[in-house]
Write a protein that binds this ligand. Structure first.
Ligand SMILES: *[C@@H]1O[C@H](CO)[C@@H](O)[C@H](O)[C@H]1NC(C)=O
Ligand SMILES: *[C@@H]1O[C@H](CO)[C@@H](O)[C@H](O)[C@H]1NC(C)=O
Ligand SMILES: *[C@@H]1O[C@H](CO)[C@@H](O)[C@H](O)[C@H]1NC(C)=O
Ligand SMILES: *[C@@H]1O[C@H](CO)[C@@H](O)[C@H](O)[C@H]1NC(C)=O
Length: 398
C-alpha cells in the first residue's frame, strides 16, 4: 500500500513537473518560428477591383471572442456605426469565410499574447497585409517578437507611429466632429477662464465642487508593477489623502459604479503600470469623462499629443514628490483654480466606446488606398520597433 502510494505521488510529481516545463517551453522558448511560409503573387484580377476587402483575425484577442466586435463576421453595418467614410470591408474570425486563406486582404495577429504552437498560414500572397496588433505595453508583451522578422506589413497599436492607431480613446471637437487626438499634430485651443456663477455657460460645473468632500482616489488591481507607481503613491500619501480601491487597497467599488464612487474626490491617480512611449490607457481616459482631475504618471514625452492643455496634472512635471504634493494641496483648496481644469469639456468629447471600430475603419481606409498604389512595406525587426528605447525611467524622483 505504502509503496503504491509513494509511486503514485512520484508519478504525479513527475507529470506535473513535465506539464509545467512543457508550458514554459511552449510559451517562452519554442514558439514556432513564423518566417516559414511560401510566398506567392496573385494575378492582378484577383486582387484589384474587388467590391469588398476581407480581413481575417488569425488569433483571438486574449480570451475575448471576436475582438469585442459582437459578431463572428462584421460587414458594412459595423463601419457605418461611426460613419466611417468607407464601409466595403468584412472582418471575420471564420477562417473558412473565403477560401483559400491567401485571398484575404489583411490578416490580423494579436502580438501581446503567447502563440504557443499555433498554426500559421502556409501560403502568403504578396498583396496581403499582415497586421501586428497590440494594446499592451512592451513590458506586458508575452509573444516572442524576435521570431517575427520581416513578417508584418502594418502595425496597429496605441503608438502614434503605428500605421493604424488603436488607442484607448479618441478625442473629437464637439462642434466640428473633427478628430483631434491622440496625434502628434494635435492642435488645441487655449484654455479659457471658467466662470463659476449661476450664469456660467457650463452649468454642470456649479455643483461639482460642492460634492468634493475628499482628496484623492486610486483604483487598482495590480499592486507591484514595472513603473513602481505603488512607491510613488505611498510617498504621495504623506502630503494628500489617498483612498485606495480594489485589490491593493481597503475599499471596494463595483466597476459599473465607478462614476458614483469617484464623484466625491477632487483628484484621481491615473498611474500607468509601465512608462512606455504613448502608453496611456483607460486609467486616464475613462476618468476624463467624469468631473475629476487626473494626475497622470506615464512614459509620454509630450502630453499635448493626448490631452488639451490644463486638463490634467503630470507627475513627471515635478522634480520631487514633495513639490507635487504641495502643489496638489494648494490646488484642492482653490475652487476657481480647481474648476478651471474642466474648461475643455465644452469643446472636446472623449470617445472610449468605439475605439475598435475607429481603428478598423482606418484599416479599411488603408486597404482601399493600398489597392490603388500597391506600395510594398514590411517591418524588418518588429521586436526592435516595439521595444528599443520605448520604455523610460520616471522623471519625478521617489
Ligand atoms: C450582428 O449582426 C447583425 C446582423 O447580421 C446586426 O443586426 C447586429 O447589430 C450585429 N451585432 C453587432 C454587435 O454588431
Ligand atoms: C508638444 O506637442 C504639440 C503638438 O500637440 C506641439 O505644438 C509642441 O511644440 C510640443 N512640445 C514640445 C516640447 O515638443
Ligand atoms: C485661486 O486661484 C486663482 C486663479 O485661478 C487666483 O487668482 C487666486 O488668487 C487663488 N486664490 C487663493 C486664495 O490662492
Ligand atoms: C508584406 O510583407 C511581406 C513579407 O515581408 C512582403 O513579401 C510583401 O511584399 C509585403 N506586402 C505589401 C503589400 O507590403
Amino acid at each position: 500500500m505504502k509503496i503504491i502510494r509513494r509511486t503514485s505521488l512520484i508519478l504525479l510529481l513527475m507529470t506535473s513537473t513535465f506539464l509545467f516545463a512543457f508550458h514554459l517551453i511552449n510559451n517562452y522558448v519554442f514558439e514556432w518560428s513564423i518566417a516559414r511560409y511560401k510566398l506567392i503573387e496573385l494575378k492582378k484580377e484577383l486582387t484589384s477591383d474587388r467590391e469588398k476587402f476581407f480581413v481575417l483575425f488569425w488569433t483571438k484577442f486574449f480570451d475575448i471572442p471576436y475582438w469585442n466586435m459582437g459578431n463572428e463576421t462584421n460587414g458594412p453595418e459595423y463601419l457605418d456605426e461611426i460613419n466611417c467614410p468607407v464601409n466595403n470591408c468584412v472582418f471575420t474570425h471564420n477562417k473558412e469565410l473565403i477560401d483559400p486563406i491567401y485571398y484575404y486582404d489583411a490578416i490580423v495577429f494579436h502580438g501581446a499574447q503567447s502563440w504557443g504552437f499555433m498554426d500559421l498560414p502556409a501560403i502568403r500572397s504578396t498583396h496581403q497585409l499582415y497586421v501586428f496588433a497590440s494594446q499592451e505595453s512592451p513590458a506586458e508583451t508575452k509573444h516572442n517578437l524576435v521570431l517575427d522578422d520581416e513578417f508584418y506589413n502594418l502595425t496597429m497599436s496605441y503608438r502614434l507611429d503605428s500605421e493604424i492607431l488603436w488607442s484607448y480613446a479618441r478625442i473629437f471637437d464637439i462642434q466640428t466632429g473633427q478628430f483631434i487626438a491622440p496625434s502628434k499634430n494635435a492642435n488645441w485651443q487655449q484654455p479659457e477662464r471658467v466662470e463659476v456663477t449661476t450664469t456660467a455657460t457650463d452649468k454642470s460645473l456649479n455643483s461639482v465642487f460642492m460634492k468634493k468632500s475628499k482628496e484623492a482616489a486610486w483604483m487598482v488591481s495590480h499592486c507591484n508593477v514595472f513603473s513602481k507607481r505603488e512607491d510613488l503613491v505611498r510617498k504621495l500619501q504623506q502630503y494628500i489623502d489617498i483612498d485606495i480601491y480594489g485589490k491593493c487597497g481597503t475599499l471596494d467599488c463595483p466597476r459599473e459604479k465607478t462614476s458614483e464612487c469617484i464623484e466625491k474626490y477632487k483628484i484621481y491617480l491615473s498611474f500607468e503600470n509601465a512608462l512606455c512611449s504613448d502608453y496611456v490607457t483607460e486609467k486616464l481616459f475613462d476618468m476624463m469623462n467624469n468631473y475629476i482631475l487626473p494626475v497622470v504618471f506615464n512614459g509620454v514625452g509630450n502630453m499635448s499629443h493626448f490631452l488639451p492643455p490644463k486638463s490634467y496634472i503630470n507627475a513627471n512635471d515635478f522634480s520631487s514628490v514633495e513639490t507635487l504634493g504641495m502643489f496638489l494641496q494648494n490646488l484642492m483648496k482653490n475652487e476657481t483654480e480647481y474648476l478651471s481644469y474642466f474648461w475643455w469639456k465644452r469643446y472636446y468629447k472623449i470617445d472610449t466606446k468605439y475605439i475598435n471600430v475607429h481603428s478598423f475603419c482606418d484599416l479599411c481606409k488603408r486597404l482601399n488606398e493600398n489597392n490603388v498604389n500597391q506600395r510594398v512595406q514590411y517591418y524588418k525587426s518588429i521586436s526592435e520597433w516595439w521595444t528599443k528605447g520605448i520604455c523610460v525611467n520616471s522623471r519625478i524622483k521617489f
